[in-house]
Design a binder for this molecule. Structure first.
Ligand code: GLN
Length: 204
């Protein structure tokens, strides 16, 4: 089956690796498509939206006229994983820990509110072991990460992180076949990509 990685900006390659490793573990064949333009989503069965810089991803997606197509594909049930900047891009509510409202282009598909750069600057990046409901233990790498401040509707928290400055924040959330992580699972685990493939196969 074909799976896509939104390839406008960010750690696209790592998501490709994670999809291929996840597929191998599940014993299924995948072809990873780098999604850059409208039309490429048509035969994709799952999509990863990488980490990077959410403002850049949003502006490039708008320029490529991808926003509406991405939004309707995901709202139509395309299993999707947004990691870090990707989670920001999927959220319905976004603000920045320093500047507040950003007005950046987002998909706004998931019932989560995120606070960009909630854990501080690049130098405040960290790693921690987390337990993710339904998936298991993961090593979680937070790089200038957002915090998921709340979920509502049918979105629910899957993991929490306890941070010395911020207290307890939601680190991962799920709403149907949509997953959002404040951290970068593509760097350390195949669990989330396997969940996407299982959703695409109708096993989840
Ligand atoms: N700080 C970035 C943003 O706000 C996200 C960082 C990341 O994806 N590692 O978009």
């Amino acid at each position: 089956m074909k799976v896509g990685v939104l390839a406008l900006q960010g750690d696209v390659e790592e998501h490709g690796h994670a999809f291929r490793a996840a597929a191998e573990e599940l014993g299924v064949e995948v072809e990873v498509v780098r999604v850059r333009e409208a039309g490429q989503l048509r035969d994709i069965k799952a999509l990863a939206i990488p980490g990077g810089e959410s403002t850049a991803i949003g502006l490039l997606a708008r320029r490529a006229r991808l926003i509406d197509e991405l939004k309707s594909a995901i709202e139509g049930g395309l299993p999707a994983l947004g990691t870090c900047a990707g989670a920001i891009f999927m959220a319905k509510e976004v603000r920045d820990s320093v500047v507040g409202e950003t007005g950046q282009p987002i998909l706004g598909v998931m019932d989560i509110a995120v606070v960009r750069n909630a854990f501080g600057r690049q130098a405040d990046s960290f790693e921690v072991d987390l337990s993710v409901e339904g998936l298991g233990a993961v090593r979680a790498v937070f790089i200038r990460a957002p915090a998921i401040a709340k979920t509502w509707g049918s979105a629910k928290p899957l993991a929490y992180v306890d941070h010395p400055k911020l207290g307890r924040a939601i680190a991962a959330a799920q709403e149907g076949a949509m997953f959002a992580t404040a951290f970068h699972p593509e760097l350390t685990t195949t669990l989330f990509h396997k969940a996407l493939l299982e959703a695409a196969l109708g096993r989840r």
